[in-house]
Structure formats: structure tokens, C-alpha cells
Design a protein around this ligand. Structure first.
Ligand code: DGL
Length: 271
């Protein structure tokens, strides 16, 4: 049975931590009147090194919580969870809300604008080992050559340090891989990575196009809401942040994105 969906209901967004804020921020820019509920699963961070089964279990619990909050749309703002749990979350949510991931909008962009290009991709072990980008890109046979590399420690380092110069050493090691040298563009297949986009660019001697999913994802959400008459055109946006474990680093980073007036609520997932 289809649940009552109205434009004023919130959009639920989740990630393991601050990464999804890059997507939430783009969403607020594209859709300034939407109500947003953000869930950062800081207790289980990083997702990238967890098993598929663990990420699926966390994702289902979060989706359940977001449904209780009556979200009209659930956006998995995490590549690792999109790779491991999107199909399962979609099945779990059924017709109660629309579920979106951060991978499909990027794949569409690549198929549209990067035919016959050499594309590098960096992401967590979970995302890279799932080969999900390659499978989706190869399906369409657009002559795209994809070189994917797991940059395991990056998301945790970003959670810990933000956009700090200590990240440069790690980036130089990861990005100096020969497969990531002769490329036309680099996909940031982890929503944490746009936070250090300037540092990533600095590792390359020549200008490189960086594909960051935030805008493509926000545009896809907008298109969906418009198509289904679910766009909120009234009032100002309310934003609510839930954390499975309150951390100072999350609070500080969230304030960088959304200003100091935001508040956080603890929502332990294991209770
Ligand atoms: N931001 C997430 C992603 O896009 C998760 C990073 C992590 O927790 O390992 O994959």
C-alpha cells in the first residue's frame, strides 16, 4: 500500500559520518525549501572496511528510523552503503518512500559526457571491490576505461583531521599509482572526498577534471521530486541531525557546512 507522501515530509539522508554532508549541502543549495533529516552513523564509521552484511544491517536500521520520521525520500549519501545495501534498502522500504543512491547519477553523467575517456576512480575498499561502477558502466558499452583504486584510510583521516595538510602524504601515495596518472577525469567515489578536493587536485601536475557526485545527486533528487509532485515549495527548510555516536569532529564539520545554529541528537543504533 502506498503511504501518504506529501511535499512537506522530509528527505532522509545517511552516511557513516560527515561524508554525506557534502551531498546534503548540495541538496540544500538545489532545494532550499526541503526539510532534511541527516543520520551520521558515527558509531560504525568507517563503513568502507566493514563486511557487506554489516553495512546492510546498519543501512536497514537507519532506513527504518528514517521511515519512522516519515521521510518521503531516502538518499543513501554513501558510496559504500550504496554499493552494499541499495537494493536491500529499496526492497525493505518498498512503496513507503523513494530510495536513491549516490552511484547511479554519476554513472549517468559518465555515460553522457565521458564516452571513450579514461576515468580514474577512488573509493573505499567496499565500493571498489564491489565493482559496481564498472558493472554499471560496462553495461552500456560506452568505451569508457575505468581504473579503480581503494584509498582505504582516507575517509577516516578526513573524519579525524578534516581538510588538513596531514592528508597530503596519504594522497601522494595513493594517487601516484600509474593507473591513476594517465586519466582524463577522476571520480571521487566516496562522499567524504570532496572535502579534500583541493588537495587531490594539487597532487596532479596538470589540470584534471574531478567528478564529485554531490551536484549530480542533488539534481537527480530534484528531478525525481518534480516528476512526482513532491517538491516542497513552502516555508523554510528544517534540518535535523542524528548521530549514532556524538563526536566533536562531526559537530565541528557539520557546523562548517550548515552554520552554528544546527543541533544534534544522539540516536544509538544498537539499542
Ligand atoms: N562516505 C562514505 C562513502 O561514500 C563512507 C566512508 C567510510 O565510512 O568508509 O563510501
Amino acid at each position: 500500500m502506498k503511504h501518504d507522501q506529501t511535499p512537506t515530509k522530509p528527505i532522509g539522508i545517511f552516511d557513516s559520518g560527515i561524508g554525506g554532508l557534502t551531498v546534503a549541502h548540495a541538496l540544500v543549495n538545489h532545494l532550499p525549501k526541503e526539510n532534511i533529516i541527516y543520520f551520521g552513523d558515527t558509531a560504525h564509521l568507517p563503513y568502507g572496511d566493514k563486511s557487506t552484511a554489516a553495512i546492510q544491517a546498519y543501512s536497514i536500521k537507519i532506513a527504518h528510523m528514517l521511515l519512522q520520521q516519515q521521510c518521503k525520500l531516502i538518499l543513501i549519501a554513501c558510496n559504500s552503503a550504496s554499493a552494499a545495501a541499495y537494493e536491500l534498502v529499496k526492497e525493505y522500504v518498498g512503496s513507503k518512500a523513494h530510495v536513491m543512491n549516490v552511484i547511479d547519477p554519476v554513472v549517468h553523467l559518465l555515460k553522457d559526457k565521458y564516452k571513450h575517456k579514461r576515468i580514474g576512480l577512488i573509493g573505499t575498499r567496499q565500493t571498489v571491490n564491489s565493482h559496481i561502477y564498472k558493472k554499471k558502466i560496462d553495461d552500456a558499452n560506452h568505451g569508457i576505461t575505468l581504473s579503480s583504486h581503494a584509498t582505504n584510510l582516507l575517509a577516516s583521516a578526513i573524519e579525524e583531521f578534516g581538510n588538513h595538510e596531514v592528508l597530503d602524504g596519504l594522497l601522494n601515495v595513493y594517487l601516484s599509482h600509474p593507473d591513476l596518472q594517465q586519466i582524463d577525469a577522476l571520480v571521487l567515489a566516496c562522499t567524504h572526498y570532496p572535502i579534500i578536493k583541493d588537495r587531490i587536485l594539487k597532487c596532479y601536475k596538470k589540470p584534471l577534471e574531478i567528478i564529485d557526485s554531490s551536484d549530480a545527486v542533488a539534481a537527480a533528487v530534484k528531478t525525481h521530486l518534480e516528476k512526482h509532485a513532491l517538491l516542497n515549495t513552502n516555508g523554510s527548510s528544517n534540518k535535523h541531525f542524528y548521530l549514532s555516536d556524538y563526536t566533536e569532529s562531526f559537530a565541528a564539520n557539520a557546523k562548517l557546512f550548515f552554520g552554528s545554529e544546527i543541533t544534534f541528537e544522539s540516536y544509538p543504533l544498537w539499542d
